[in-house]
Design a protein around this ligand. Structure first.
Ligand code: 9UX
Length: 68
């Protein structure tokens, strides 16, 4: 049984609510991601990850989509 860790971080660059939906779809498919919620209005990302997954992997993926 692997543990799950929760992270919340600021996310800049979203210009419409669809951006949040798009990011959620991509991040949700990454290995080890249990929960991905992107808050457009609050400009935040909330994720729950298997402990084996470093949050930097998630951030790198979001960077690739053009957000910070
Ligand atoms: Mo909104 Mo975001 O019109 O990648 S979907 S800008």
């Amino acid at each position: 049984m692997s543990k799950i860790r929760s992270y919340t971080f600021a996310l800049s660059g979203m210009t419409c609510a669809s951006c949040a939906v798009n990011i959620e779809k991509v991040v949700s498919k990454l290995v080890g991601v249990r929960v991905a919620r992107i808050d457009f209005a609050g400009a935040k990302a909330f994720v729950q990850l298997d402990e084996s997954v470093e949050p930097s992997v998630i951030k790198a993926s979001i960077d690739q989509l053009g957000f910070k």
